[in-house]
Design a protein around this ligand. Sequence first.
Ligand code: ZN
Length: 250
Amino acid sequence: MTGPGYSESMHPENPPEGYTHGENEHIENTGSGTLRAAIFGISDGLVSNLALVMGVAGGTQQSGEAVVIAGTVGLLAGAFSMAAGEYISMQTQRESMEKQLQLEREHIIAFPEEEEAHLSLLLEENGLSKKDAKDVARKVHEDVEPAVGFHALLELGIVPQQMGSPVGAAFASFAAFVVGALIPLIPWLILASALWESVIVSAIALMAVGGAVTTVTHQSAWWGALRQLAFGASAATVTWFLGRLVGTAL
Ligand SMILES: [Zn+2]
């Protein structure tokens, strides 16, 4: 393939200097995935700790001490639970992808001609002419790994280089949950009794998070904000009354 005198700069398809389309796109993809995970992590922490804080406040006649202890423990418990869940989910996904890639690799090694013909067909279905599809499939199948990459993308929708890191995801969701869970708790750390301060700060945060979610889902920001406020307020109201019920029974 690489004849005498071949060099990267002589490659006719070499992109002009400063061309970084592929790189930018990769960063953009990773970025939006991380943004999405961060928003949902914050939302989880916020709603769950708001409900916990309100329940304890309702059950202890707004004892600041009890709320701070419960809120802190709830923050940590939730963050660990989120991190463990995220790690296991990503790791499982990764293992299943790697297994599928290995199967594909074995197929390509055992039945190179059939797999090349199959790839050619898939490329044709994706808009290439019969001749181009055949040429590309032949070229791609000169080596096993590029062939695995193409088969993974067209048959499984997997981009092997873009599998996320389970440890990174675990840390990110831990941090996001902590940020969300701190919001209803912070007023109680500052003031002796902070029920309404906590409610107001949390309501604003709920609307902000709900609005931010719509940047991922492409719905109206107001709809997202009010929906999130409704869910958070419902959870907090229910736990407040349940807390009072339990508190007066004891
Ligand atoms: Zn295949």
